[in-house]
Write a protein that binds this ligand. Structure first.
Ligand code: KIV
Ligand code: ZN
Length: 510
């Protein structure tokens, strides 16, 4: 069967989600997991955007050897030169260069004319081609571009050596029938189109990114650009898990396949949710908590008689195991290590030791330990943000007839800082006390809490987003005590903010 190329842009467009900023170590972990998942192309970043981004792209290009490693560059000499420097050591480097082609963007953003945009495209694709054979060109805002200009610019890019032409629905404006027709017309009207792969890059502003990507495939596109959990600029990008499982589940329609190792989908989704600090909504297709839950009596009855009555794919096919009681207070190191391996984690002896101790502490507080509890312990341990601040002690007084008060002690290297504050609840009081201790003025944008498993004594996972100088940073933590997990998540977000402020000297790229 013919293959669809899966181009993952979680590390580039995905990182453009507000609050989703990864460290170099996190980017590397994600890239390694994307290799296990089986993606064909990894767009690792936009090297010209900052020094930190350049370093991250370079590190990944040097470490990941058997996939196409793609770096994004505006159609500008300085961007393309910089991108090449970042990816040149990859075994399969690709330069992806783009320029706006819609009238509105050309006029108001670029302040240029059509002939100027065409000339820049030719020159910049040719420049990139001097560096490497594998060149991708994107006419940005293609779906709002004038069709004849779009054909002309695609033709010119291929003439100069583009091997992939990507058609972005940058603002998520297209609807499936229209987008499928656009691809069909490109196939028909661009005379050299057979020298390039047609790719699509759909945003989800109208909730149509997966449908549009699939319509494009039915009309000749052979590469889909997507992100894990659909994260990305604004409403996000087409979700990898959705396009892949659609192609797999409806082979009768698509008659195509991908290289994706689908049982790795759930683990990858968890990793991205954790590192990006973005919880997956329960009803999210494929990877949401409810994606395989049958609630109504009629559905349950049918499912128990024959699972295909209400299930079009199995949870196992995407790597979701049923929530199993796995370990308890008396479980030993061997059973724990076996479980960690079975869950697909590859921990060092030191990490195993620390996580085992945390498991024991948890087993003292909570009688039944499930797979999700072990995953949460490991995810907490694998946090890669340097702990500038660390929680040492927290004491809260709260009740319906008391003014909630919190006392916190936090450590900054050897220094211990103690502060107290009142608030309208125990979490509010605790976060105010942390603000006094760190003297960092940030505002809380978002606060989410969820129980990791279904028991009353479950671990509570808190995801927080804070705003500091117009930038958003995320934090996450788990504990059986929700005030403790709230405070730890808040400190985790502050530590991420400090790390990012220190490491990313943003260059002006917008
Ligand atoms: O959405 C978009 O147009 C992009 C391009 C850079 C491909 O992300
Ligand atoms: Zn995009």
């Amino acid at each position: 069967m013919e293959k669809i190329i899966i181009f993952d842009t979680t590390l580039r467009d995905g990182e453009q989600s507000p609050g989703a900023s990864f460290t170099i170590k996190e980017k590397l972990d994600i890239a390694k997991q994307l290799v296990k998942l089986g993606v064909d192309v990894i767009e690792v970043g936009f090297p010209f955007s900052s020094k930190g981004e350049f370093e991250a792209v370079k590190a990944i290009a040097e470490k990941i050897s058997d996939r196409v490693i793609c770096g994004l560059a505006r159609a500008k000499k300085e961007d393309i030169d910089c991108t090449w420097q970042a990816i040149k050591n990859a075994s399969h480097p690709r330069i992806h260069t783009f320029i706006s082609t819609s009238r509105v963007q050309i006029k108001h953003q670029l302040n240029k004319t059509y002939p100027e945009v065409l000339k820049i495209t030719k020159e910049m694709v040719a420049l990139a081609k001097n560096y490497t054979e594998d060149i991708e060109f994107s006419p940005m805002d293609a779906t709002r571009s004038e069709i004849d200009f779009l054909y002309e610019i695609i033709y010119a890019a291929i003439e100069q050596g583009a091997t992939t032409v990507n058609i972005p629905d940058t603002v998520g404006y297209a609807i499936p029938e229209e987008f499928g027709k656009l691809i069909r017309n490109i196939v028909k009207n661009v005379s050299n189109i057979n020298k390039a792969i047609i790719s699509v890059h759909c945003h989800n502003d109208l909730g149509l990114s997966t449908a549009n990507s699939l319509a494009a495939v039915l009309n000749g596109a052979r590469q889909i650009e997507c992100t894990i959990n659909g994260i990305g600029e604004r409403a996000g990008n087409a979700a990898l898990e959705e396009v892949v499982m659609s192609i797999n589940t409806r082979k009768d329609i698509f008659k195509l396949e991908t290289n994706i190792n689908t049982p790795q989908i759930y683990k990858t989704s968890r990793m991205i949710s954790h590192y990006a600090g973005m919880m997956v909504q329960p009803n999210k297709s494929i990877v949401g908590e409810n994606a395989f839950a049958h609630e109504s009596g009629i559905h349950q009855d049918g499912f128990l008689k024959e699972r295909t009555t209400y299930e079009i794919m199995t949870p196992e096919s995407v790597g979701i195991s049923q929530s199993k009681l796995v370990l308890g207070k008396l479980s030993g190191r061997h059973a724990f290590n076996q479980k960690v391996k079975k869950l697909g984690f590859d921990l060092s002896p030191e990490e195993l030791e620390v996580t085992f101790q945390k498991f024991k502490d948890l087993a003292d507080k909570k009688s039944d330990i499930f797979d999700q509890d072990i995953e949460a312990i490991i995810e907490d341990e694998l946090t890669t943000i340097p702990e500038t601040y660390k929680l040492d002690y927290i004491h809260v007084v709260s009740g319906n007839k008391t003014i909630p008060t919190a006392t916190v002690k936090i450590k900054k290297k050897d220094k211990v800082i103690q502060e107290a504050a009142c608030g309208n609840g125990p979490v509010d009081a605790s976060l105010k006390a942390i603000d006094k201790a760190t003297k960092i003025e940030c505002s809380l944008m978002d606060y989410n809490i969820r129980a990791i498993t279904t028991c009353k004594d479950a671990l509570g996972e808190v995801n927080i987003r804070i705003k500091y100088k117009d930038k958003i940073y995320s934090g996450r933590a788990t504990s059986t005590d929700i005030v403790e997990s709230s405070v730890k998540a808040y400190i985790n977000a502050i530590n991420r903010l400090i790390y990012k402020e220190e490491h990313l000297n943003e260059a002006d790229h917008n």
